[in-house]
Design a protein around this ligand. Structure first.
Ligand SMILES: Nc1nc2c(c(=O)[nH]1)N[C@H]1C(S)=C(S)[C@@H](COP(=O)(O)OP(=O)(O)OC[C@H]3O[C@@H](n4cnc5c(=O)[nH]c(N)nc54)[C@H](O)[C@@H]3O)O[C@H]1N2
Ligand SMILES: Nc1nc2c(c(=O)[nH]1)N[C@H]1C(S)=C(S)[C@@H](COP(=O)(O)OP(=O)(O)OC[C@H]3O[C@@H](n4cnc5c(=O)[nH]c(N)nc54)[C@H](O)[C@@H]3O)O[C@H]1N2
Ligand code: SF4
Ligand SMILES: [Mo]
Length: 713
């Protein structure tokens, strides 16, 4: 039996696992107690990594669609097919005729995090989309304008804080996001024991249960609550910038903005009484070390940017920015833009706009909700071919019905993906990659958001015939660059390595290739002067210590200061002020939820996970159930502006009155190849997700707070 320590690539927690392989090929997975970060923790998904590896429905050869049916072909045939069809679309219609969508697992994949950029560059299109615009973009937009770089996100210093205020996050189930930390349960409980954990959420989640206080807010109203807290801090003389004193621009403007939002003015909209709001503000200011943290419920809602901004404003006003136990800026060992020496260009957005709906680019991406219309609306710049990488937009993006139909209209589609699913069924060519046990790993992206500074590389546990996804991306990039299907991968890779070496000013060790060579360059040019050889020699990881203060050097704004009131953000306040005048209606708002044993849309094909309480049901409060004539276990029809679904009802007082919740990532009835998932398919919540409901500044989709009607089915 051999035992290999690996990093779990299934979520942002980056747990260390021990994978034991016996002579007969069977696998055992447990948490790695020696791991410097996770210390033995794992969740049910990590435990199912062996089942994922062995899933018989997983693609193990390229597929080409012939007469409407996907058949296995050789790699050369697959690339020949792409070369016969993609370049001619580019020649005839230009590079913007190719759309590119990359999904969540690309950020959890060493090939994806290092070789996606060369692919994007080779395709050369402005029509780039990702799961980020149904996720975290407002947080990164705010980081970009406040601190100068989208990756300069202030992370709660979980292990030293005494007071954690969580808005719209459920880390006990999600295992944390933009806050990389294994064992959230343990970490959150430890804070609750030594201080306070307050969870603001329309649903009494597992995190809320573990907290010292739960505040059941009305969906979409966090910006009101947070502004009223800011108002209280100024009104009661509680503002104290601490370490950020002298480094902050725009304090007076924030004070002026908050004047219009006394707690009494927002109580009705938020559903939180004025005394509670004042107390939350006082307790936050009074805590020795406190951190405010917002996630999906604050980013994918109608005021995603304003809410995300106000989270950081509160951290600044209470002196918690950049102090131990507050929110801090991690210093990753590799690839962190804000650790690069020399002047860096401040972030800006809107350098181009989407063709049909005129929405701005953010981080060189357009909102995924416009992908369908960009495919179906004729004219110059229409998308005629699509490349998806690790993405399932047909399930993940609001307006799924239209997108599903639009993909069928494309002239050509290629997917780098490991399943024949709701999205890839439209692909003319599918190119699969190795399983998490068949590839090496290093979390280049996630360590930039970790609550401790960590470096850890892990090798493949098993050999495979499949090419690495970096090789596939390079071959695709070669075709898009007009080099044909047979350009030698080694040469393409040398060119990428040379440009990364040039940009970062470090030379890789001889003999390395692929992701490890790039990683070596990034580690050598990084702040700890590490090398690939050093991380290779530390199978349980290198602990680089707790987060350290990084102001002011971490900033890249034009002023060199923290910009507390950037116009790109405050420009959305008129929309917020108008919303404050809206009459509260008794209409229902739908929000999402995650289950411990789901992972967005793609792990429902594992029997260990798709079972028991992991169900696609509509949570309805008992009061609403009675009002609407719904009983537990019955079926309800949920309808929005764009569509309807029929779903089983689960009556529960964990959800606030006036709110219903439906998990996303289901609706596998159109993916029969995945036998487990399609037998227990659930419904696709994004069939009722409205592609026109967007955050103002960023165009990020609203998946939390969708107006719906619910009736017995
Ligand atoms: N209504 C609603 N919608 C949501 C959300 C919500 O909360 N509510 N959440 C949003 C969020 S936060 C996210 S991140 C998105 C996710 O949206 P996506 O990233 O589009 O979807 P995933 O479900 O993560 O699907 C990942 C795809 O990658 C494939 N895959 C898995 N592993 C690999 C691999 O190793 N290599 C390759 N090449 N492919 C792989 C899977 O087969 C699947 O097709 O969904 C968003 N959509
Ligand atoms: N088990 C599991 N883990 C996952 C995933 C998964 O699908 N399953 N997905 C991964 C991904 S891609 C991501 S991005 C992360 C997301 O990580 P989280 O953001 O922690 O996860 P969510 O469950 O979406 O939490 C959002 C919370 O916001 C609440 N909410 C909804 N509307 C509002 C609102 O208007 N205001 C407030 N204050 N709260 C609101 C919801 O009730 C919910 O509890 O999880 C990751 N981890
Ligand atoms: S918490 Fe995330 S990283 Fe840890 S075992 Fe579970 S899926 Fe893997
Ligand atoms: Mo996500």
């Amino acid at each position: 039996m051999t035992t290999t320590p690996i990093t779990c690539p299934l979520c942002e927690a980056t747990c260390g696992l021990l994978v034991a392989t016996t002579a007969d090929g069977s696998l055992k997975v447990r948490g790695d107690k020696d791991d410097v970060f996770s210390k033995g923790y794992l969740c049910p998904k990590g435990a199912a990594i062996g089942e994922l590896h062995a899933d018989p429905d997983r693609l193990r050869a390229p597929m080409v669609k012939r007469d409407g049916v996907h058949v296995e072909v050789s790699w050369d045939e697959a690339f020949a097919e792409i070369d016969a069809r993609l370049p001619q679309i580019i020649d005839k219609h230009g590079r913007d005729a190719v759309g590119l969508y990359f999904g969540n697992p690309s950020a959890h994949n060493l090939s994806g995090s290092l070789y996606l950029r060369p692919l994007v560059r080779a395709v050369g299109t402005r029509n780039v989309f990702s799961a980020g615009t149904v996720d975290q973009i407002p947080k990164m937009f705010v980081a970009g304008y406040m601190y100068g770089d989208v990756a300069t996100v202030a992370i709660p210093d979980l292990d030293r804080t005494d007071h954690l205020l969580v808005l719209g996050g459920n880390p006990l189930v999600s295992n944390g996001s933009l806050m990389t930390a294994p064992d959230m349960r343990g970490r959150v409980r430890a804070i609750a024991k030594r201080g306070k954990v307050v969870v603001v959420d329309p649903s009494r989640t597992r995190t809320a249960e573990a907290a010292t206080e739960h505040v059941a807010i009305r969906p979409g109203t966090d910006a009101f609550l947070l502004l009223a807290m800011v108002h209280t801090l100024f009104a009661e003389g509680l503002v104290d910038l601490g370490a950020a004193e002298g480094l902050v621009e725009g304090l007076d403007e924030v004070r002026r903005i908050a004047e219009d939002f006394p707690p009494e003015a927002v109580a009705a909209q938020t559903g939180i009484d004025a005394d509670t709001i004042r107390r939350l503000a006082r307790e936050l200011a009074g805590a020795e070390r406190a951190a405010v943290y917002g996630r999906m419920g604050t980013t994918t809602q109608r005021f995603g940017t304003l809410s995300s901004w106000l989270v950081d404003v509160l951290n600044v006003l209470t002196g918690n920015l950049d102090r131990p136990g507050g929110v801090m800026f991690p210093l990753a060992a590799a690839g962190q833009p804000n650790a690069r020496p020399g002047p860096r260009k401040p972030f800006r957005h809107g350098r181009w706009r989407s063709r049909v709906s005129d929405l701005p680019e953010v981080m060189s991406e357009l909102p995924s909700t416009v992908l369908a219309e960009e495919i179906t609306t004729p004219g110059e710049g229409q998308i005629r071919a699509l490349v998806t990488v690790c993405g399932n937009p047909v399930v993940s993006v609001p307006g799924s019905g239209d997108l599903d139909a639009a993909l069928a209209d494309l002239d050509f589609m290629v997917s780098i993906d490991v399943y024949l699913n709701e999205t890839t069924r439209h692909a003319d060519v599918i190119l699969p990659g190795p399983t998490p046990l068949e590839r090496s790993h290093y979390d280049v992206l996630l360590y930039q958001f970790a609550v401790r500074n960590i470096a850890r590389w892990s090798p493949a546990v098993e050999a495979t015939d499949l090419p690495g996804e970096w090789e596939t991306m390079l071959r695709l990039a070669g075709i898009a660059s007009g080099l044909g299907p047979d350009a030698p991968v080694a040469q393409l890779d040398d060119a990428v390595a040379a440009s990364v070496a040039n940009l970062n000013g470090a030379e890789p060790a001889p003999g390395l290739r692929g992701p490890e060579r790039l990683l070596d360059i990034l580690l050598k040019s990084g702040p700890y002067d590490l090398s690939f050889a050093q991380v290779e020699a530390a199978p349980h990881g290198l602990d680089l210590g707790p987060l350290q203060p990084r102001l002011p050097g971490v900033l890249a704004t034009a002023s060199g200061k923290v910009e507390l009131a950037p116009e790109a953000i405050t420009g959305d306040l008129d929309r917020l002020r108008a919303a404050l005048q809206e009459e509260a209606t008794d209409g229902l708002l739908m929000i999402g939820r995650r289950h411990l044993r789901s992972n967005n849309s793609w792990m429902h094909n594992l029997g260990l996970l798709n079972s028991g309480s992991n169900t696609c049901t509509l949570h309805v409060h008992p009061y609403d159930a009675t009002r609407l004539g719904l009983v537990d276990g019955s079926s309800a029809k949920v309808e929005s502006r764009v569509g309807q679904v029929v779903v089983p009802v689960e009556v529960t007082d964990t959800i606030r009155e006036g709110v219903v919740s439906l998990p996303h990532g289901w609706g596998h009835d159109t993916a029969p190849a995945n036998t487990v998932a399609s037998a227990r398919p659930g419904v696709n919540s994004n069939l009722i997700g409205d592609p026109r409901l967007l955050d103002g500044p960023t165009g990020t989709a609203v998946v939390n707070g969708i107006p719906v009607t619910v009736v017995p089915a």
